[in-house]
Design a protein around this ligand. Structure first.
Ligand code: SF4
Length: 436
């Protein structure tokens, strides 16, 4: 039996897409291997949010090319946000990536993963499960492919794909296209079935997940599956202006909604937000935080920040820095700006903050994050949190609390997949230690 090796980069959306891609691969007769050396087919599900992410992928492609020397039949392909056009090397009008990277045999748009058999040249046979009989609904919409879930107790459920926000620095609207919503009926069927099969935590994913029409109502419907054993519902990533009162009320009142939200701000300067084409002001963002904290006082809040965006002055960076001190996010994913080819920022704006200055701002903000994160984590000492245990290694369990804090404690392998009360005894910058 032929083997595939799939490596996923980037956000939860990509991990969720990979679960569907695995179904396609298994249906055409491939079996997963965790070693690229044993694979006949290697696929990378790419992320192009930062230059660094792309550089890593290029590094891996070079590594995998060495494997081809031992196995000349090996095929190497790429999917995800770096791909604009599904194509193979011999196509006349192929995706740019194929011209740039000769080691790649094919690239395939995520939404077109169902075309993979044709792309890798597999002919339909009984052995390959007759992929030609793939249902036409799967061909029209890849969400109809049943995912091969990585875990029995946690699952990502995509509710939309693409994005209509067109932030100046972001490739997603071009790579994944305009925003498309999955039907509510389908989402409820998938979440109900997950809950009935023992899933404890569901994360709804979408590029701007809360742009989903009547998102709070969807959460209310899913909350009813608590009766089947569903304990936790999370969602990533919300877009600030779409975080309305209904959503905040749902977070405050529904049994399954957790006291945690990831709300990307990107910059603390209104001028930079305007240039980024983020459609809110700092004041509007702060208002949302105020409302969240009024209804869910201990809600943990994390964010994304880009430093050194085109034209960002030291003063504008300090606005972000000072806002950080004021809002005190529990966690922040901080990135140095790098232009993504094809975006408005890459075409129209000058990447004029020197690399050294970007690094200085990056480190300054990270230092502040470390301090605030530790302060926040210390508040949990002495409290008992409920941890959904994700893994076990050498006597130590690791999981996430209600507030999405990483918690470690001594226990046994049998705790994996269970929600365990843990008393917090020690706080560090990025995690908590506790005991049962
Ligand atoms: S909201 Fe902006 S950053 Fe997020 S996916 Fe859409 S365009 Fe990209």
């Amino acid at each position: 039996m032929k083997k595939f090796y799939l490596r996923t980069f980037g956000c939860q959306m990509n991990y969720s897409d990979s679960e569907r891609l695995k179904t396609v691969l298994e249906r055409i007769g491939y079996k997963e291997t965790l070693s690229p050396n044993k694979a006949d087919l290697i696929i990378m599900n790419s992320c192009s949010v930062r230059q660094h992410a792309e550089d890593r992928i290029f590094g891996f492609i070079n590594e995998y090319e060495k494997i081809r020397k031992k196995n000349p039949q090996l095929k190497i392909g790429l999917t995800g946000c770096m791909v604009r056009k599904t194509s193979i090397q011999k196509d006349k009008e192929k995706d740019n990536l194929l011209s740039r990277i000769k080691h790649l045999d094919f690239v395939i748009r995520t939404e077109e993963m169902i075309k993979l058999p044709q792309i890798i040249g597999i002919k339909s046979s009984k052995k390959t499960n007759n992929f030609n009989t793939l249902e036409s609904r799967e061909l029209k919409n890849y969400f109809h492919i049943n995912p091969k879930y990585e875990s029995k107790f946690q699952a990502f459920v995509p509710i939309s794909t693409g994005c209509d926000k067109f932030c100046a620095y972001c490739i997603v609207p071009y790579a994944r296209g305009r925003e498309k919503f999955r039907s509510k009926k389908e989402i409820l069927e998938e979440t109900r079935s997950l809950a009935k099969n023992g899933c404890k935590e569901i994360t709804l994913v979408g590029q701007t997940v809360n742009s989903y029409p009547k998102f709070a109502n969807l959460l209310k419907e899913i909350d009813k599956f608590h009766k089947f054993g569903l304990e936790r519902v999370r969602f990533v990533s919300p877009y600030p202006p779409d975080t309305d009162d209904d959503l905040i009320d749902a977070m405050a009142n529904l049994k399954t909604l957790m006291p945690y939200i990831h709300l990307p701000i990107q910059s603390g300067s209104n001028e930079i937000l305007r240039r980024m084409n983020r459609k809110y002001t700092v004041e509007q963002y702060e208002k949302i935080i105020e409302k969240i904290r009024a209804k869910i006082p201990d809600c943990a809040i994390s964010t994304d920040i880009i430093v050194g965006f085109c034209g960002e002055t030291r003063e504008q960076f300090m606005e972000t820095y000072n806002l950080f001190k004021k809002i005190k996010w529990d966690m922040a994913y901080i990135a140095k700006y790098s232009p993504r080819p094809g975006t408005v920022a890459a075409k129209m704006l000058k990447d004029d903050v020197p690399a050294k200055e970007k690094s200085r701002r990056f480190h300054m903000l990270n230092k502040l994050l470390q301090k605030i994160s530790l302060e926040k984590n210390k508040k949990f000492i002495g409290r008992t949190v409920r941890v959904l245990v994700e893994n076990y290694n050498k006597g130590i369990n690791t999981g996430r609390s209600e507030h999405f804090k990483i918690v470690k404690f001594k226990s046994s392998k049998s705790s994996v997949g269970k929600i365990i009360p843990v008393k917090i005894t020690k706080a560090m910058e990025w995690l908590l230690w506790g005991q049962i």
